[in-house]
Design a protein around this ligand. Structure first.
Ligand code: 13P
Ligand code: SF4
Length: 303
């Protein structure tokens, strides 16, 4: 029998109203957390919301770089995380020091950083991007402008192929998406021959090449609305299936791989969210000297 979360959800909603808090949740969060949030979205949508909401507190149900980005955009707000251990291994694959060393080797290059980076790396960056606007951001630069792209080599490879230009790629990757293999897609396709394949650009090239559409998490939530397939193979973190099933109850959505679970995204629970609000725990702040430099790159991304 499905667990009934309604009491905890009601308690979280009550506390949020009492503490003037908005609850933002990423598309990979646990279903019961998504259902209690004010807004659920992809990285770009959540950054925009964080900047625009009137509440003085943001309870960020996601991972650390997302909460940092919220504070970079709204330093006057209190940004809380339910579980401070929720980091992103890909974001930790590039350090400010490492990026400075690469910039020294390519002094003419601009730096485009995926939003999955620490604030210190964003401070060394010219413009940030997310999976939903990376191609557009790179296209804004002159054709002969050298570009350093950090940290995701798979997203970088996708952007290179979409834009037809070479970049200097960092060797980072998302362990969850990198683990999705072409063989997983082939196996699902033989089970569901009628299904279309939706893939996140953090997936390896062999997976992306088998996809009918390559897009961000919210791009995948929108895609079936304009498409007639009865089934979809979904190559991303399995948390996305919750809203796909809610939004399109008459279609079938199957995970490309059941291994695609981001342990960091799943650290947030209704209990830790409630405790964070009650006790004002795990406030995420970015020091002003880093924040001011990072804010320029994040503001360009939002524009
Ligand atoms: P988007 O929601 O922007 O597609 O990002 C996916 C992701 O891996 C966030 O950690
Ligand atoms: Fe980071 Fe990948 Fe988890 Fe997203 S799914 S938070 S990129 S490890």
């Amino acid at each position: 029998m499905a667990t009934d979360y309604s009491d905890q959800q009601a308690e979280l909603r009550r506390l949020a109203a009492e503490r003037d808090a908005v609850i933002l949740a990423h598309n990979y969060q646990r279903p019961e957390v998504q259902d209690a949030a004010d807004f659920v979205g992809d990285s770009l949508e959540l950054a925009r919301k964080a900047a625009a909401t009137p509440q003085s507190v943001i309870l960020f149900c996601g991972v650390h770089f997302m909460a940092e980005t919220a504070h970079i955009l709204s330093p006057q707000k209190t940004v809380l995380m339910p579980d401070p251990r929720a980091g992103c291994p890909m974001a930790n694959m590039v350090t400010a020091e490492g990026l400075r060393a690469l910039k020294a080797q390519h002094p003419d290059a601009v730096v485009v950083a995926y939003v999955n980076t620490t604030a210190a790396v964003k401070a060394e960056t010219d413009v940030c991007c997310t999976s939903s606007n990376a191609v557009e951001v790179v296209q804004r630069f002159a054709k002969d402008q050298p570009i350093i792209f950090v940290p995701d080599k798979n997203l970088g490879d996708w952007v290179e192929r979409q834009t037809g230009r070479k970049m200097i790629l960092w060797d980072g990757f998302c362990p969850v998406h990198a683990d999705i293999k072409a063989a997983d897609i082939e196996a699902r396709k033989s089970e569901y021959p009628e299904a279309k394949v939706m893939a996140h650009p953090e997936c390896p090239r062999a997976v992306v090449d088998l996809a009918d559409v390559v897009t961000s998490t919210s791009g995948m939530l929108r895609y079936p609305a304009g498409d007639a397939a009865s089934a979809y193979i979904v190559a991303t973190e399995t948390g996305l299936l919750h809203r796909l099933n809610q939004m399109y109850p008459d279609r079938r959505f199957v995970a490309a791989s059941l291994r695609s679970v981001c342990p960091n995204m799943k650290l947030t629970t209704l209990d830790t969210a409630i405790t964070a609000l009650v006790e004002g725990l795990n406030e995420i702040t970015v020091p002003p000297q880093i924040r001011e430099r990072a804010a320029r790159a994040v503001a360009r991304m939002i524009e």
